[in-house]
Ligand binder design. Structure first.
Ligand code: PMP
Length: 429
């Protein structure tokens, strides 16, 4: 495929935007090469600036669960835009989408809308601190909760008691309140709790991880965290920015039957517009301003266009729940096909999948946490990524991402993808 125009646009962009992108992973640093500039998208396909058509497995990193430019969503946005794009006052549609979200998601009474997943997680942690009167939090190595300071903390070797900043600009004062644990390791969490008795406000995690590739929770892991939180008066925060309205109408809480105290959302809930949200029972949410003292605000929060897109999306998911089975089945079909194609060519790999989240790691041990994910062969991934792209298949340009399957993908698209994997695997051999 030819990417001449993309390359020219990237050169122009780099002169005025750091790295030429407004979010780092887009720049292809993990896989080398230059990013593809997209002109438009429809259904399962992206059309780039050079006229190439790509089958899309990123789907804006999750929101496009029904495919790109989905008509009910686009129509809702257009109709709303004609009536003004922002007022900074309450609007009826905010209540409508809140009512629907509260109906679809278990264990929540109230929801507050923000503009990104980052804001949702940042605010959820502030609320947990304000509610419990405690300051420390536990996060898991390899989980991503946005780019707010408290979350940019990564494991060194193994779990350490105090995190160290892994981005310059995060102060040590902030870092020391974020304790790192190993995903899927309950014993590690128990040790951290015991070493910090009475000081922990919350444990935050991706209940199905998607930011180190896809890593499902081990049997009993989420239930174990729930129990530890109950025993120690710690709030459990499920970051369902990826999994919410994807793995089930009610997210992981519904799918796995484990209750969270605070849940965060992003991606699907905004239908592709900038939306995040956090939710809890009425008592916890009652601590939020203006009802309570924990401050949180936003000039564009609950923006009418964003709410129109989100509401159109949630309405469709709520009224056609067969979609959730359908995307799971498509993902399972893809899983089988990719595994066969790689196996036939003796390519060492691990495929993790839960529902419509799936990822391929090129290593020979099970991938259960950040450490095992990081052991995968990145050189093979890099070749795999570029091989697929050459064949018109666009997956995330990093092994530390999940693929997102959409209802817009046809079985013909999936077969084409599997055929491309087979071809690339032959070359990799
Ligand atoms: N939490 C999770 C689980 C995410 O995957 C992301 C983004 N990929 C975020 C939070 C942050 O969301 P945003 O990029 O909208 O700030």
């Amino acid at each position: 495929m030819i990417y001449k125009r993309s390359s020219e646009l990237f050169a122009e962009a780099q002169k005025v935007i750091p790295g030429g992108v407004n979010s780092p992973v887009r720049a292809f640093n993990a896989v080398g090469g230059e990013p593809v500039f997209i002109q438009r998208a429809e259904g399962a396909y992206l059309y780039d600036e050079d006229g190439n058509k790509l089958i899309d497995y990123i789907n804006s990193w999750g929101p496009m669960i029904l495919g790109h430019a989905h008509k009910p969503v686009v129509d809702a946005v257009i109709e709303k835009a004609k009536k003004g794009t922002s007022f900074g006052t309450p609007t009826q549609i905010e209540t409508e989408i809140a009512q629907l979200a509260v109906k679809m998601v278990p264990n929540i009474d109230k929801i507050r809308f923000v503009n990104s997943g980052t804001e949702a997680c940042m605010s959820a942690v502030r609320l947990a601190r304000g509610y419990t009167g405690k300051e420390k939090i536990i996060k898991f190595a390899g989980c991503y909760h946005g780019h707010s300071d408290s979350f940019l903390i990564q494991a060194g070797s193994g779990a350490v008691t105090f995190g160290t900043p892994n981005s310059p600009g995060v102060t040590e004062g902030t870092a020391k309140d974020t304790l790192l644990a190993k995903y899927n390791d309950l014993e590690n969490v128990r040790e951290l709790i015991n070493a910090n008795k009475g000081e922990l406000a919350c444990i935050i995690l991706e209940p199905v991880a998607g930011n180190m590739g896809c890593i499902p929770p081990a049997e009993g892991f989420l239930e174990g965290l729930r129990k530890l939180c109950d025993e120690n008066e710690i709030l459990l925060i499920f970051d369902e920015v990826m999994t919410g309205f994807r793995l089930a109408p009610g997210g992981v809480q519904e799918r796995m039957g484990v209750k969270a105290d605070i849940v965060t959302f992003g991606k699907v809930i905004g239908g592709g517009l900038p939306v995040g949200a956090f939710a809890a029972n009425a008592e916890i949410m009652g601590h939020l301003a203006p009802e309570g003292p924990v401050y949180q605000a936003g000039t564009l929060s609950g923006n009418p266009l964003a709410m129109a897109a989100g509401l159109a999306m949630l309405k469709e998911l709520d009224s056609n729940r067969e979609i959730f089975n359908s995307i799971d089945e498509k993902t399972a079909y893809l899983h089988t096909g990719i595994a066969e194609a790689l196996r036939e060519n003796n390519i060492t790999h691990t495929i993790n999948r839960l529902g419509s989240m799936i990822s391929v790691h090129f290593n020979d041990t099970p991938v259960v946490d950040f450490e095992t994910a990081a052991m995968a062969n990145n050189d093979t991934f890099r070749k795999f990524f570029h091989g697929l792209l050459e064949n018109g298949i666009y997956i995330a340009p990093s092994a530390f991402e999940t693929w997102f399957i959409t209802e817009a993908l046809s079985y013909d698209d999936l077969d084409k993808t599997i055929a491309a994997v087979r071809k690339v695997a032959r070359d990799l051999k």
